[in-house]
Ligand binder design. Structure first.
Ligand SMILES: C[S@@+](CC[C@H](N)C(=O)[O-])C[C@H]1O[C@@H](n2cnc3c(N)ncnc32)[C@H](O)[C@@H]1O
Length: 481
């Protein structure tokens, strides 16, 4: 008996197409739904009877412009080991932290429903997707077909075994990194002690990188209070000939950690006690195989990424390469990348002390403190004039002491630069600035920060100081304190 999914009732359809939570808008377009024979659906296991109900074993989600089939419903402790998840917060974190350059070959280790492989297929000539779970590879093949992507090759096997001697310009992995005594769910449990799975994937991802390539691996690791969170992943990367950016999202005590993953708390907590595990961190290693190797950058993020972070991560690596003197910084032209600035006025003993923090949103939310004076310089950065000239002008317009302003600006800019807040303009300015010779803002590309700085340049001194920025207002109580 043929059945047309489009003609089903809403409740029948939601049963069939469960798990369709979507970031990028709405359910899958109806023309993509299948016309199928009901007997075939039962025989193939896509539909099953549960008492007097008929249920779909498969869900279809719409995410990042992709249609993705996967096992229906969220997994639980009672799910079969081979349950293939749809798109999870972890999937989105990894997708956001992936550097999306055009590449020849990309690798997705532990592909699940294939989300990472399919995203990579948009900017890679070919993608290899591996998984130990054959069912995951079936879903990945179906999903590549559903989305019209012909450049994804699925290979079955343990971690990097299916790609033993191959190198890739992009490697991504959201492996089963959970630290636990369990061996119940393939997407969660690696059946390796402690954080050994994460160590292996980070190390092998680095080894499989072609020159110029990038890898992003989500991972969990164990560390002890009294040490720095970055020590274990630093150790994993030692001697591998790569640079890496270690991003740290959270660190949990064993009870908090176990509660996120299981109801079987007693067994998990006993395992942590036996293994002397005090803290478990969630983070990511973004690895680069480039020139002189071995640079490790460790940054704390205040949350998982909010939007694509690829460009931001490239800026962090570029800033680390640019071990520049104060003189070179003063000669450089900078623009600010998109971010949020918050100011908190803390009242104590009759005075307000203002704290200013920049957060890199969208992207991986990295926080950076900014000296209040330095904000006068930040607001005037538009990429057309060297920093020294911008400082000069900010000092003149705010009547702050130039040397003091320069010292604050340099401290602040270094902090922002290594966290990817600043875009360094190379080559010739887009339009010749008269600024260097006459002390006025020249024509050139303007973003919102440059617009505000050049607008304020037209105002007279007093009025400019009052209106130029949020920072100006906040600066007064700060200086008074
Ligand atoms: C957390 S899921 C990630 C799925 C998908 N890549 C994503 O980002 O949503 C982990 C995947 O790793 C697979 N896996 C588990 N152990 C593996 C192993 N030893 N080698 C390769 N893949 C493995 C699981 O079957 C599962 O599909």
């Amino acid at each position: 008996m043929p059945v047309e999914c489009r003609s089903w009732t809403a409740s029948e359809r939601s049963c069939c197409f469960s798990g369709s939570a979507s970031r990028s808008g709405g359910p899958p377009p109806p023309e993509r739904l299948l016309t199928a024979d009901l007997d075939v659906l039962f025989d193939s296991g896509l539909l099953e009877e549960r008492g007097d109900q008929v249920a779909s074993t498969v869900g279809v989600s719409h995410d990042a412009g992709l249609l993705l089939a996967h096992d229906a419903g969220p997994a639980s402790g009672r799910s079969p080991a081979w349950h293939v998840l749809g798109v999870t917060p972890g999937s989105r974190t990894l997708a956001a932290l992936t550097i999306r350059k055009r590449v020849r070959a990309a690798l997705d280790v532990g592909t699940g429903c294939g989300i990472q492989a399919l995203l990579a297929a948009r900017h890679a000539e070919r993608v290899v997707a591996t998984d130990l779970n054959k069912r995951a590879l079936i879903f990945t093949r179906i999903n590549a077909g559903l989305n019209g992507l012909a450049n994804v090759e699925c290979r079955h096997g343990d971690l990097f075994a299916p790609v033993r001697d191959e190198r890739f310009e992009l490697v991504v992995s959201n492996p089963p990194f959970v630290v636990s005594p369990a061996a119940d769910l393939m997407f969660r449990d690696a059946e390796l002690p402690g954080d050994e799975l994460s160590r292996q994937v980070v190390a092998e991802a680095s080894d499989h990188l072609a020159k110029g390539g990038h890898a992003t691996v989500l991972c969990n690791w164990i560390w002890s209070t009294g040490t720095h969170w970055s020590e274990p992943p630093r150790e994993w990367l030692r001697g591998r000939g790569c640079d890496a950016l270690l991003l740290h999202f959270t660190a949990d005590d064993p009870l908090t950690y176990a509660s996120k993953w299981t109801d079987d708390l007693d067994r998990w907590l006993a395992y942590y006690r036996r293994s002397h595990i005090e803290r478990i961190s969630l983070g990511a290693a973004v690895v680069r195989r480039a020139g002189p190797p071995g640079r490790i950058i460790a940054l704390q993020a205040s949350a998982a990424p909010l939007g694509d972070a690829g460009e931001q991560l490239l800026r962090v690596f570029a800033a680390a390469d640019d071990a520049t003197s104060d003189e070179a910084l003063l000669d450089a032209r900078f623009r600010l990348a998109e971010h949020q600035l918050t100011q908190t006025a803390r009242y104590r003993r009759g005075r307000y002390a203002v704290e200013t923090t920049l957060v890199s949103i969208p992207g991986a939310p990295l926080n950076a403190h900014a000296e209040t004076d330095a904000i006068h310089v930040l607001a005037r950065l538009d990429g057309t004039a060297p920093l020294s000239v911008v400082i000069e002008r900010a000092a003149r317009e705010t009547r702050l002491d130039r040397a003091r302003l320069q010292a604050a600006a340099l401290r602040c800019l270094r902090r922002l630069y290594v966290r990817g807040f600043l875009i360094r303009e190379r080559g010739q300015p887009e339009a010749t600035s008269a600024f260097g010779t006459q002390g006025t803002v020249g024509a050139g590309r303007r973003d919102s920060s440059s617009a505000s700085s050049s607008d304020s340049a037209r105002r007279s001194g007093r009025r400019r100081r009052r209106q130029s920025s949020l920072a100006s207002a906040a600066a007064r109580p700060d200086r008074a304190s």
